[in-house]
Design a protein around this ligand. Structure first.
Ligand code: LHQ
Length: 261
């Protein structure tokens, strides 16, 4: 197990799983510029760290994240510029990470906090979790990837409804909409998140990283381009040690021991 220290987030690595905890519980883990920079650094470091084969993003206390810390917005700041220098690099660091990322949504995810959860590859929801497109309530528009991820997750009509009405979506409804992978009771939440992420960390990491890239870009490609992309990916995956191990294990009728190489 290894740990790194930041001021607004806490990180730890165990069994190949990097857990990143947003740690401003009294402000419902609302995002300050410092927190966004620390999160981006943590995700970028995860790409370089071979020990890390899956990432969990969660929040301390009763919330996942309330989005932008509305007390940390400086007078006169251009919001677009703020997004370009803080949230946008973070969203790209999450999506371009060639390892699976799980949002362990432990409570409310509002505004850009919800967008961050949507940018992750999986969402495991605590029974008390909720998602709120809070932007409309303060006269803003969805950002940090919400207009990209939400229509892909729930369809354009529902995405627009959630954005315009700004109603809170509770965990069970989120599951019905396909927004979350599963909803877990409070008793089992931490255990289930670790179990799920540990499973991800034991998969053939390079293949999973490639799947993520291919699926994210899918709607922007033609069939022909997708077929090319798949063929290219299969060339890469076919050269990994994990592929050899997978075939060997199949022939020997045993469980494969993937190493991520
Ligand atoms: C907060 C916040 C918060 C500061 C709760 N900030 N303190 C990007 C570019 C540039 C600018 C603008 O924004 C963006 C992207 C965005 O994310 S815009 C959307 C920003 N987020 C929101 O508008 C959500 C605001 N929060 C809420 O609606 C509620 O707090 C939710 C629904 C999240 C939770 O409600 P409750 O469970 O009733 O908790 P609460 O409202 O009582 O909050 C608890 C504390 O957390 C409270 O502080 P206090 O000192 O009174 O205990 C809040 O002031 C603080 N807090 N969100 N975003």
């Amino acid at each position: 197990m290894s740990t790194a220290t930041y001021e607004t987030i806490v990180t730890s690595v165990e069994q190949g799983v990097l857990t990143i905890t947003m740690n401003r519980p009294d402000q419902l883990n609302a995002c300050t510029t410092q927190m966004l920079q620390e999160l981006t650094n943590a995700f970028r470091s995860a790409q370089k760290n071979d020990e890390v084969r899956a990432v969990v993003l969660t929040g301390a206390g009763r919330a996942f994240s309330a989005g932008q810390d509305l007390q940390d917005v400086k007078d006169g700041v251009d919001y677009g510029e703020h997004l370009q220098t803080t949230y946008n690099p973070l969203v790209k660091a999450v999506t371009s990470l060639e390892k699976p990322v799980v949002a362990a949504v432990n409570g409310v995810a509002a505004g850009a906090g919800a967008s961050l959860a949507f940018a992750c590859d999986f969402r495991i929801a605590h029974e008390s979790a909720s998602f709120l497109q809070a932007f409309v309530h303060i006269g803003l528009v969805p950002d940090s990837g919400a207009t990209y991820f939400l229509p892909r997750l729930v369809g354009t009509a529902k995405a627009l409804e959630l954005a315009v009405l700004g109603n809170k979506v509770k965990a069970d409804e989120a599951a019905q909409l396909g927004l979350v992978t599963e909803v877990v009771s409070k008793e089992d939440f931490e255990k289930r998140v670790l179990e799920f992420a540990t499973h991800l960390a034991q998969l053939p990491t390079k293949a999973v990283g490639w799947m993520k890239k291919a699926m994210h870009g899918s709607f922007d490609r033609t069939l022909e381009e997708s077929l090319d992309q798949e063929a290219f990916g299969q060339t890469i995956a076919g050269r990994t040690m994990d592929h050899q191990e997978g075939v060997q294990a199949f022939l020997e009728k045993r469980t494969p021991n993937f190493t991520g190489k």
